[in-house]
Design a protein around this ligand. Structure first.
Ligand code: PEP
Ligand code: MG
Length: 921
């Protein structure tokens, strides 16, 4: 037997004494649920006795091809016997049986993704024993039929609908509406029917251990039940939905799930019993109020399944039989918040008036709620500002930047439901997850309309713009998952009667029938559904977000800090610049000037490139100079007193030209139409010239600084435009423009030397013309490994460095940035050749080049500025690595990512101060 401890005990025994072998810090061993069950015992909360089998055991079991590690089963057996001794009851005892739940619990919460089995230990004999003990046959047969149903579905993979159909039929025959109204005898009959379904659908070949008297029988030995249930929970770590969820949430595959085996507490023992799910604060908007639902005389899955209509948690104290438990629960809410210093969610059961805690964890919340809770907890003295800033997930801020219904639009509400997850969405109605996936693949935004979602719907929920359900509360599967994903969701829209098979839904109280493909709009902030497309608008950054971002700014830009973390924006027009200032950008880190050559200016640049006539070229340049100067005037006005890094023209010039094949087709058509020879000759010459510019590898070709040596007039015209605009603003408007010129795709120090010389000459000329002093730095954009390796040479003539990590990733890996993400990166990710897409999150090799170049540059010029303006500048994980590992001073990203970058930069700074800097990728 190995020395590894595989089983940790926790919880109260029959006499009320507690045992705790784990703690909340052990979530990689015990999973989140197991670790927090242990922690609740530690702080004296009532938790039914049980034990946790470690995540490592799950990984060993599954990596050995579902073979138990040596000694593990013996240790579990021992823990089971110990639990029996503690509870004073035995599994399967025909007099007074112990029943247990078997629940999954991974290190990171994966709600609803893995399996759970309740009421394990019930057999024909123990059911009778339990009746003898409780005198409650209704409760016992209800529990037994639930167990058979769950065991069959979860452990043996028998289609759950077979049981649901039998249950529905029983209700119809009995003439009752709910399962709870079925009589004890009817439930007993159902047990028989369920066992029959089990025997018919489970294969004896696959499960010889279930064969009794030559045929499959429902297992009457609780130790077989338990072993199979634990194996099923281990297996559920690798089920499809869990794998999709992990991928979507960046959870590693090699953590495994723990299994919690725990004495059952019964919420279905009549009117003095109940079960519920609750949050210590409102997870949708963060309000300081209890939030959640419960059901009297029910078991846990009834609450989340959305089958019965739940009661709001606030009403718990109104039930006299539950009043004491409600008071205890309120006290525990407070204990939990004081202990975890955070909003918690819990699962509880009240068994005959006594409250039992079955789970707690730090609760998932919307971005709106995350901000409000963090701020209020600072006000309450529960946490400090740094903790508040650390606590907000930068990626979650996207939710706040999500569109909402335009309030000026006239909106006619078709139906109302619960505002389960904020944000608005417009799309075609689809009634199945597969249809949602298909619509999204064709680029058609869709809304997934379901009676209620289940974990198998995850792929459809990811694919859809928004989710609408006709059943279920705010803690239902759809609501919880949508909030986590930041997808708008309206649930419990009871007026919508869905016929998924017919792909239509009738809306009660109206004549409307929704068909697949009809456009609807949903608003998950208000909980409304509208027929047709409502215009959407983005929210302004005010209030709570602004408070947190102001705290973030104080941290990342702390006065006196030797290394403040700055955030700039990539913007190439005044509108984006203005928007970004509103979002808190400090400067423009990248103005891609080629975007200024689009629209009606494209013709000018084409004429320049394609003409041999010097006069035509000079004329074009003069016109381009005028329009570009105008562009820069507007930009520098908006960005007065703030740096604007203007990158000289960068892309291969063919990007501005007609596609040669299209031109060829046009030429052929004109020839066939008998166009004049002069026109045809012009077209042929143009085609020859365009063909002559074609390159096999344009991204490695005539682009970036190389253009400046082949077409020197173009970049110099740009430098003149920059300098003229700055000079005019200084002289005529008294402003303080701060342009900086950046030379792209430099590989050689000599390129920088020559470019700088000509740029400075133009700047001096313009300064002289306007009679003002111009101080315009000329820096280098590092996008090639050679530039990084020789950065000390380049730095001699560069006023600043800025890393184009998009190209640097392309050129370091030799992965085409235009093709790799669609052609093979998904396969690389799937096969785990790569952990992350390096175009999204900075790769460690690329990061090392940046780090090295920063160091080399600073060895030459100690106070040189270093920035990053590739897409990585807006990715939270990259931002942390770029500041803390590579040592850059600023990141620059698109306007909408500026708030995310401000927060991520502050978190990076806090991590650096705590010395927790590492990049293990
Ligand atoms: C880069 O390469 O990272 C960059 C910012 O430039 P562009 O994306 O325009 O090539
Ligand atoms: Mg680039």
């Amino acid at each position: 037997m190995s020395d590894t401890k595989r089983v940790y005990r926790f919880g109260s025994d029959a006499g009320g004494a507690d045992i705790t072998e784990g703690a909340s810090s052990m979530n990689y061993t015990l999973g989140g649920k197991g670790a927090n069950l242990a922690e609740m015992c530690r702080i004296g909360l009532p938790v039914p006795g049980g034990y946790t089998i470690t995540c490592q055991t799950c990984m060993e079991y599954s990596s050995a091809g579902n073979v138990w590690p040596e000694g593990a089963l013996a240790e579990i057996e021992e823990a089971t016997r110990d639990l029996e001794a503690r509870m004073g009851k035995r599994l399967g005892d025909p007099q007074d049986p112990l029943l247990v739940s078997v629940r999954s619990g991974a290190p990171f919460s994966m709600p609803g993704m893995m399996d759970t089995v309740l009421n394990l230990g019930l057999t024909d004999a123990s059911a009778e024993g339990l009746i003898a003990q409780t005198g409650a046959p209704h409760f016992v047969w209800d529990s037994y039929r639930r167990f058979i149903q769950m065991f069959s579905d979860v452990v043996m993979g028998v289609d759950g609908d077979l049981f649901e159909n039998a249950l529905t039929e029983k209700r119809l025959v009995a003439g009752v509406k709910t399962d709870a109204e079925l009589s004890a005898d009817e439930l007993h009959e159902l047990v028989g029917e369920f066992k029959r379904i089990f025997c018919e659908h489970v294969s004896g070949e696959e499960h010889p251990e279930l064969i009794q008297n030559g045929a499959v029988a429902f297992p009457q030995d609780p130790s077989i039940q338990l072993k199979l249930a634990i194996e099923a929970v281990f297996g559920s770590w690798m089920n499809e939905r869990a794998c999709i969820y992990r991928k979507a949430n960046g959870i590693p595959d090699d953590l495994g799930t723990a299994v919690n085996v725990q004495a059952m507490a019964y919420g279905n023992k009549g009117e003095t019993s109940a079960t519920g799910v609750a949050f210590t604060r409102n997870p949708a908007n963060g309000a300081r109020e209890r939030y959640g639902d419960f059901l009297v005389n029910a078991q846990g899955e009834d609450v989340v399944a959305g089958i019965r209509n739940t009661v709001p948690i606030q009403k718990l104290a109104e039930y006299p039989a539950l009043k004491q438990a409600a008071d205890d629960l309120e006290r525990i809410f407070q204990i939990l918040e004081n202990h975890f210093h955070d909003m918690c969610d819990i699962e509880f059961t009240i068994e005959q008036g006594k409250l039992w805690m079955l789970q707690t964890r730090v609760g998932k919340r919307t971005a709106t709620a995350a901000l409000r809770i963090a701020i209020e907890m600072v006000e309450e003295g529960l946490i400090d500002k740094e903790t508040a800033v650390r606590r907000i997930d930068p990626a979650q801020l996207d939710q706040l930047l999500h569109p909402q219904f335009d309030t000026s639009a006239k909106v006619e509400v078709l139906a109302r439901g619960l505002n389960a997850s904020p944000g608005a969405a417009v799309g075609e109605v689809v009634f199945s997850s597969d249809d949602a996936v298909a619509a999204a693949a064709e680029g058609r935004p869709c809304i997934l309309v379901r009676w209620e979602t289940n974990p198998d719907d995850l792929k459809g929920m990811v694919a859809a713009e928004g989710i609408l359900t006709s059943h279920g509360g705010k803690t239902s599967h759809a609501a919880v998952i949508a909030r986590g994903m930041g997808a708008p969701c309206v649930c419990g829209v009871e007026a919508i009667h869905i016929d998924a098979a017919a792909k239509e839904a009738r809306v009660a109280g109206t004549d409307v029938v929704l068909h697949e493909g009809d456009i609807i709009s949903i608003d998950g902030t208000q909980g409304i559904v509208v027929l047709g497309a409502v215009p959407l608008v983005s929210v302004e950054l005010t209030g709570d977000l602004e408070t947190i971002l102001t705290w973030a700014d104080e941290i990342r830009l702390e006065a006196g800090s030797t290394h403040p973390y700055h955030v700039r924006v990539n913007a190439d027009n005044p509108e984006d610049a203005e928007l970004a200032l509103g979002f808190g950008a400090e400067a423009i880190g990248l103005c891609r000037t080629e975007h200024m050559f689009l629209g009606d200016r494209k013709q000018l640049i084409q004429d320049f490139i394609l003409s041999d006539d010097t006069r035509v070229r000079e004329d074009v340049l003069a016109r381009l100079l005028a329009v570009q100067t105008e562009d820069f005037l507007k930009m520098f006005r908006v960005m007065d007193n703030r740096e604007v890094v203007v990158r000289l023209i960068d892309p291969p010039l063919h990007e501005f030209l007609d596609a040669p094949r299209e031109l060829e087709v046009y030429l052929t058509k004109r020839e066939a139409a008998g166009a004049p020879e002069e026109e045809l000759a012009g077209l042929r010459a143009r085609l020859r010239r365009i063909d002559g510019m074609a390159e096999m590898n344009p991204m490695l070709g005539l682009r970036g600084v190389r253009l400046s040596f082949v077409f020197p007039e173009l970049p110099l015209m740009q430098v003149r435009a920059v300098a003229s605009a700055a000079a005019a603003l200084i002289r005529d408007e008294g402003l303080v423009p701060k342009p900086e010129v950046m030379v792209p795709l430099v590989a050689l120090a000599s390129e920088q030397v020559q470019m700088r010389a000509v740029c400075e000459q133009v700047i001096d000329e313009v300064a002289g013309e306007y009679g003002v002093a111009l101080d315009i730095p000329v820096g280098t954009m590092l996008e090639l490994p050679r530039a990084c390796i020789t950065a000390d040479e380049i730095a001699q003539d560069a006023d600043f460095f800025c890393f184009g990590t998009n190209d640097l990733t392309q050129t370091t890996f030799g992965f085409s940035r235009d093709d790799a993400e669609s052609k093979f990166i998904p396969i690389y990710l799937h096969k785990k050749l790569l952990d992350v897409n390096p175009f999204e999150t900075i790769d460690k090799g690329v990061l090392e080049l940046v780090r090295m170049a920063v160091e080399k540059g600073r060895s030459v010029k100690a106070d040189m500025h270093n920035g990053v303006c590739g897409e990585h500048g807006g990715d939270p994980a990259s931002i942390k690595a770029l500041f803390n590992v590579a040592g850059v001073d600023y990141v620059s990203c698109s306007p909408y990512r500026v708030p995310i970058a401000r927060l991520a930069a502050a978190q990076a700074k806090l991590e650096a101060e705590a010395g927790a800097v590492h990049l293990d990728r």
